[in-house]
Ligand binder design. Structure first.
Ligand code: C5P
Length: 220
């Protein structure tokens, strides 16, 4: 089985308070997107396509190895992944979709996703349990229900797919529909999504505190 990685890196850095695209924000001197690409390659992905903000293509090209293919991302994550999928070479039979915003994903998580695909799973996501009490609130912020957390999971990336399954699911998804991850795209097409164990180190960098924690993880 050979796998292509698609890295969604076309988001802005607004919630991080950065004046450059989030994927270019440095962690221990290297942009988040560089960490994310290296994690995919170290975990066993053969080829990587990165969806970038069109206006910043040159800066991404300067930061990443020449073997990494760049494509212009879209206005939403869904549009960015769609662009990456269209640009990926035809050789791979599996696709791993990853967020540049998860720079410290251990290669073992990538390997677990690939191993599940190798056993024939059409779609697989890394997950972690929910450890906090989780509730529903109304518009005023008053708690209206507690959600039993035993069956809840937090979903991370990279998410792995049989390539034909993902291509067909994106083709069936109407243009303009925005979903927060790719598992939702294949589930909308009726595909069962399996799970493997995620890792706290694969946490998403969204707000400045997340970047601080990632810095502590790498000793900075
Ligand atoms: O905004 P959020 O952190 O949920 O984005 C998740 C990932 O999707 C990030 O790596 C971001 O760069 C990417 N993204 C994208 N294109 C967009 C918006 C987000 O590739 N239009």
């Amino acid at each position: 089985m050979s796998a292509v990685g698609i890295v969604a890196a076309a988001g802005s850095g607004s919630r991080l308070g950065a004046d450059l695209p989030k994927a270019l924000v440095p962690l221990a001197g290297r942009p988040l997107v560089v960490w994310a690409v290296e994690s995919l390659l170290a975990g066993g992905v053969a080829e990587v396509v990165v969806a970038v903000p069109a206006a910043d293509r040159a800066a991404f090209a300067a930061a990443l190895p020449g073997t990494v293919q760049l494509v212009d991302g879209g206005a939403t994550r869904t549009a960015s992944v769609r662009a990456g999928l269209a640009a990926a070479g035809p050789a791979a039979d599996a696709v791993l979709v990853h967020d540049a915003a998860r720079p410290l994903t251990p290669p073992e998580v990538v390997a677990r996703v690939l191993a599940a695909l190798a056993t024939g799973a059409p779609a697989v996501v890394p997950v972690l349990p929910v450890v906090d009490t989780t509730v529903v609130v109304d518009e005023a912020g008053t708690v209206t229900a507690a959600v039993p957390r035993a069956s809840l999971r937090r979903v991370q990336t990279p998410q792995g797919f049989d390539r034909a399954v993902l291509v067909a699911a994106y083709a069936a998804l109407e243009d303009g529909v925005e979903l927060t991850d790719d598992a939702a795209v294949v589930r909308a097409a009726g595909v069962a999504v399996g799970t493997v164990e995620g890792d706290e180190r694969a946490a998403k960098v969204t707000v400045p505190h997340d970047l601080h924690l990632a810095g502590l993880q790498v000793g900075r």
